[in-house]
Design a protein around this ligand. Structure first.
Ligand code: SF4
Ligand code: SF4
Length: 305
C-alpha cells in the first residue's frame, strides 16, 4: 500500500469516473472548452463545487457584498468528516442543480470563478505522507459523458492548463487552508474532541473574513492578544492579510502553534469574561454579532486530546 494518503479531491463533481491514475503536472491531456462547443454550460448545470477561502474573497468582492452575505446567499456548509471542521459549497439555484452564476452567455463571474471551476476537468489531489509536514500535489482527469471538450483537437500538459486557467495564484493563495485541512484530517479521532466553540471559530476564521475583521476589532480579542499597530492596520485593511492572520489564529487556538503574542493578563481577562457570561441567561454562541465568538484559550483542544 502506498504511504500517500489521499486527503483532498478538488474534483468539481465527486462520484464521477475519475481515472484512478495520479498524474503529474507534465502529463499531457487532450481538452478544449469554448463557447461554440455543443455542451456549453452543461458542467455548470450539475454542480457540486467546494469553495476555498480565497474563492470566497474573490467572489464576495466581485459581487460587492460582505463574506457573511455571500455565505448566506450563495453557499451551504458541509463537514469534512463526522464532528469535524466545516467546508463550504456552492448552493445551486433553488429547485435545480445549476450554479447561481450560469447564464446563457456563460459564467457571469468568469474572471473570479472558483478554483474547482478553473481546474475542471482536472482534479487536484492534495496528499501528505505520514512522516512529512507538507502537502504534495498530483492530478486526476475527470471524464464525464456530458463534457465533449475531451474530443477537441488540442493537447497540452496539466501545468500549461493550470497556467492558462490562472491556477498558480489560486493554488498559492489557497495553500495555507489546504494544509490546515490536511492537518485536521490527518489528526484522526483526536480531532473529535474539538469543542463547538472551536468548530464555529474555525468556520468564521476560514470563510467569513468580514466577521473575522469585526472579531479582531472586538474587546475580547484585544484583551487577549497583543497585536502591534502596524500588523493590526494591515489585517484590518487587507482581506488576504486577514486570511493569513486567521490561519495563524486557528493554529494557535487549536494546535497551540503560538505565533501571536498574548497579553500578560490574558488568562485572567478570559476567565473574568467567561464568568460574566455564565452569570447571564444568554447563549452567547447564538448571538449574531461577532461578540458571539468567545475566544477559546490557546491550545485548549490540543490539551483536551
Ligand atoms: S462559477 Fe461560473 S464556471 Fe463555476 S459553475 Fe458557476 S457558472 Fe460555471
Ligand atoms: S467542454 Fe466540458 S467544461 Fe466546457 S462547457 Fe462543455 S461540459 Fe463544460
Amino acid at each position: 500500500m502506498s504511504d500517500d494518503t489521499k486527503l483532498i479531491d478538488d474534483s468539481p463533481i465527486p462520484d464521477t469516473p475519475v481515472i484512478p491514475n495520479q498524474m503529474q503536472g507534465d502529463a499531457v491531456i487532450q481538452f478544449r472548452c469554448h463557447k461554440d462547443i455543443d455542451c456549453f454550460n452543461a458542467c455548470c448545470k450539475n454542480i457540486d463545487i467546494m469553495l476555498t477561502p480565497y474563492d470566497i474573497i474573490r467572489l464576495k468582492n466581485r459581487l460587492g457584498i460582505t463574506s457573511t452575505e455571500f455565505l448566506r446567499e450563495y453557499t451551504e456548509p458541509f463537514e469534512f468528516g463526522r464532528n469535524s471542521v466545516g467546508g463550504v459549497k456552492y448552493k445551486p439555484k433553488e429547485g435545480t442543480n445549476e450554479c447561481q452564476f450560469v447564464t446563457d452567455e456563460g459564467c457571469s463571474v468568469y474572471e473570479d470563478r472558483p478554483t474547482a471551476c478553473r481546474y475542471y476537468p482536472v482534479g487536484l489531489l492534495s496528499t501528505r505522507r505520514q512522516d512529512e509536514n507538507f502537502d504534495r500535489a498530483s492530478y486526476a482527469l475527470v471524464t464525464e459523458d456530458h463534457c465533449h471538450g475531451h474530443f477537441e483537437d488540442r493537447k497540452l500538459t496539466i501545468d500549461e492548463y493550470r497556467e492558462e486557467q490562472g491556477l498558480e495564484e489560486y493554488d498559492e493563495k489557497g495553500r495555507a487552508w489546504r494544509q490546515l485541512i490536511l492537518k485536521v484530517k490527518s489528526a484522526g479521532p483526536a480531532i473529535g474532541n474539538m469543542s463547538k466553540t472551536s468548530l464555529k471559530f474555525f468556520f468564521m476564521a476560514c470563510y467569513d473574513v468580514d466577521r473575522l475583521r469585526e472579531f479582531v476589532k472586538s474587546e475580547g480579542f484585544n484583551t487577549t492578544y497583543d497585536v502591534d499597530p502596524e500588523t493590526m492596520d494591515k489585517i484590518l485593511s487587507d482581506d488576504l492579510a486577514l486570511l493569513e492572520f486567521g490561519d495563524r489564529l486557528i493554529r494557535q487556538v487549536m494546535y497551540a502553534e503560538e505565533s501571536i503574542p498574548l497579553r500578560s493578563d490574558a488568562l485572567e481577562q478570559h476567565l473574568s469574561r467567561r464568568g460574566d457570561r455564565e452569570s447571564t441567561v444568554h447563549d452567547d454562541m447564538e448571538r449574531p454579532s461577532m461578540a458571539s465568538y468567545e475566544m477559546p484559550v490557546d491550545g485548549e483542544d490540543e490539551k483536551n486530546k
